[in-house]
Write a protein that binds this ligand. Sequence first.
Ligand code: SF4
Length: 361
Amino acid sequence: MEEREVTQRTQKRKDIRSMDYEQLQQEMAALGEKPFRAKQLYQWMHEKLAGSFEEMTNLPKSFREKLKEQYDYTVLTLEDRLISGIDGTEKYLFGLEDGNVIESVLMRYHHGNSVCISSQVGCRMGCRFCASTLGGLTRQLRPSEMLEQIYEIQKISGERVSNLVLMGTGEPLDNYDNLLQFLKLLTDEHGLHISQRNVTVSTCGIVENMRRLADEKLQITLALSLHASSQEKRKELMPIAFKYEIHDVLDACRYYFEQTGRRITFEYSLVGGVNDSDKDARDLATLIGDINCHVNLIPVNPIKERSFVQPYREVIEAFKNKLEKNHINVTIRREMGRDIGGACGQLRKSYIDAKGRDAQE
Ligand code: SF4
């Protein structure tokens, strides 16, 4: 109850950090402010990454007071940060204004730093190999809350982020309008200015929104969580398959490539004894053989609430070889941050479980 009241209170005022430059100009005009105020504000919010209106020291105090009265200024609070001793991967747990928590990850590669962010609080897609889904969807993240994950990671780590993947908790295409606004702000030349080509959006396959995204003709990579070689097997792992036929999902991938020229990434979680057989590899090759694509094989992370196990190394290699023999580009995803807590969404889940235990005690 208390949580809902806080959400309603914070949502009454406009979320200034989710506004793009044109919207900000309109806001300033409506407040009777000079046009250059929009530029100053935008710089503070998205270039200098100010943590509050108070930090915007070249704005008159009276103007800052007015902003404080009228707008919400989204900032995340750091709840936890784990750093891998193996590969430097960092997991962040951030608190939102309404008391919810979300998880983000910083991964260091030779080509630059990549951040994986959450797009929702929880998720309602119900994929059976995923820890994020166990509590269902709590709420959508606003554009500013998606951006702030990257801003805070840059500030805390002191390092520039060059690549972004939307593969953390949530289904990005289930939060479509906020996703598009976020992408606009993220790639804006007056903000972080991350190249569209360095952004990957994953989806479990919401067909109509895949097609809408294709029509935007952005240069981002679309990663489809496929995870199965047939409609029946997909249904066992992903409830979304009851809504969309696998062939319709793959047609949407073909359409995405036609519209954008961007090669599709297929994510395939390998679950021991479920989707890792020779026949699965053959069926998969037949299914996607005509699509300009890359397959990412992900040996599944065991989740204690489900009885999934990782296949043996030889099985994973054999699966990869079979796809390669069929001329499909394929890599086995290197597990990052192995020592700092397993599957995506686990950190958030442990935090919520611990809070629940505290409350009971
Ligand atoms: S894998 Fe992604 S879409 Fe599926 S339940 Fe987890 S967060 Fe949601």
